[in-house]
Design a protein around this ligand. Structure first.
Ligand SMILES: [Zn+2]
Length: 198
């Protein structure tokens, strides 16, 4: 089917998003056509603003509009515990649970030799630097319960162990192969509570 050029361009833009195929892209593009111009402008502005104003915290790697992020800046948090996660979305999931008051470190991925991703390609070096500079007594490894997530947790644990910092792994109430961000709050809370020392 041949669409007028502005529609095809809009469809192509939607198709750059994850999980959007041609059919959904067409549906969304036509939906936008039916929206009020003001709403469309607000929508476009929100996209640009999010991109321009958000970056990664230079300390923990979480997504933020201030640097260091609000969590790193918050002096009321337990600064002796760092929870290591793969993705900023995992921090949001953990924060929703409200049981955790320590700090975070976002790896921005996991070690995956098959994909050529080594420790240097994710935020492992910055984690090691933090462990030297900050007074940390426990590192909670909350990477995803996937092969890559487990390998990453083991790698970090082995690396950190000689320093005397306690490393723990969240319990497997989490579905194997699942992502932290999709776990409900109760499951996540139980997983945190049942963490064991590595
Ligand atoms: Zn931070």
């Amino acid at each position: 089917m041949h669409y007028p050029e502005p529609i095809s361009k809009l469809m192509e833009s939607f198709m750059k998003l994850p999980g959007i195929g041609p059919k959904t892209a067409a549906r969304l593009a036509f939906f936008v056509l039916g929206m009020k111009e003001d709403t469309v402008l607000d929508f476009a502005k929100a996209l640009v603003d999010a991109k321009r104003n958000l970056s990664f915290c230079s300390n923990c790697g979480h997504i933020t509009d201030v640097d260091p992020c609000m969590i790193c800046q918050d002096q009321s948090r337990d600064r002796t515990t760092i929870c290591v996660v793969q993705d900023p979305k995992d921090v949001i999931a953990m924060e929703k649970m409200r049981d955790y008051t320590g700090l975070y470190h976002v790896l921005q991925g996991a070690i995956s030799p098959m994909d050529g991703i080594g420790p240097e390609d994710i935020n492992v070096p910055s984690l090691l630097k933090r462990l030297q500079d900050e007074t940390v007594s426990e590192l909670i490894l909350a990477t995803n319960p996937t092969i890559e997530g487990e390998a990453t947790a083991m790698y970090i644990s082995r690396l950190v162990k000689p320093s005397g910092i306690k490393t723990t792994r969240i319990a497997h109430g989490l579905p194997v192969g699942g992502d932290l961000e999709y776990a409900d709050e109760v499951t996540l809370s139980k997983a945190l509570e049942g963490r064991r020392e590595l």
